[in-house]
Design a protein around this ligand. Structure first.
Ligand code: GRF
Length: 203
């Protein structure tokens, strides 16, 4: 399965995906990495692996549609079959959603539907919840609203800061994102309304 990863920043989830892919663990390979930031460390991580790394500047286009048409063109040119958002800070619009229906995944650093949007870890920490975690979900037209594939739970400890909690969550992100991709690659994910079921591996 050919993956296209969109990342705006440091790219630690990209790294986890590339590592799992290179180890032959997920039945997928990263075909291209695209960023909306020229200085995103994610691009550097891709280059170190010899994976095509492309910067597309959203500001160079008159509209979000035009920008996304270029992104879609790039993804298609690289034969991408599944798009993985990994710290991609722009909201996905209709052009991308129509080009990759039920083929865009995202990871969010909280237990959705709680603490959607930016800084999910800090929102949870400030709220005072005793458990938080992370969520891999299909992307729909909303922000962090699509059908949930996998979640992982971590405790919030009394001596946590937003940063120590974020670090605990990030460890789990790096496990569940490759796992979700693996399940997709195996053709095991079935979306029924809001629900995603993982079919058993047939033997
Ligand atoms: C992660 O916390 C992810 O959940 C959120 O953005 C952050 C990206 O981190 N969507 P990285 O760039 O993968 O290191």
């Amino acid at each position: 399965l050919r993956l296209g990863v969109l990342a705006s920043g440091r790219g630690s989830n990209l790294q986890a995906i590339m590592d799992a892919a290179a180890a032959g663990k997920i039945g997928a390979e990263v075909a291209v990495v695209i960023s909306d930031h020229s200085d995103a460390y994610a691009l550097e991580r891709a280059r170190q692996r010899g994976i095509p790394a492309e910067f597309v500047n959203p500001k160079s286009f008159g509209s979000k549609e035009k920008y996304e048409e270029v992104i879609v063109e790039l993804l298609k040119r690289h034969g991408v079959e599944l798009v993985c958002l990994a710290g991609y800070m722009l909201v996905v619009g209709a052009v991308m959603l129509n080009a990759f229906p039920d083929k865009i995944l995202n990871i969010h650093p909280a237990l959705l539907p709680a603490f959607q949007g930016l800084h999910g870890q800090e929102q949870a920490w400030r709220y005072g919840v005793k458990f938080s975690g992370c969520t891999v979900h299909f992307v729909d037209e909303g922000v962090d609203t699509g059908p949930i594939i996998i979640q992982a739970v971590v405790p919030v400890l009394d001596d946590d800061t937003a940063d120590t909690l974020a670090a605990r969550i990030l460890e789990q992100e790096h496990l569940i994102y490759p796992e979700a991709i693996k399940r997709f690659a195996e053709g095991r994910l079935k979306i029924v309304g809001r629900k995603v079921f993982t079919k058993k591996l047939s033997s």
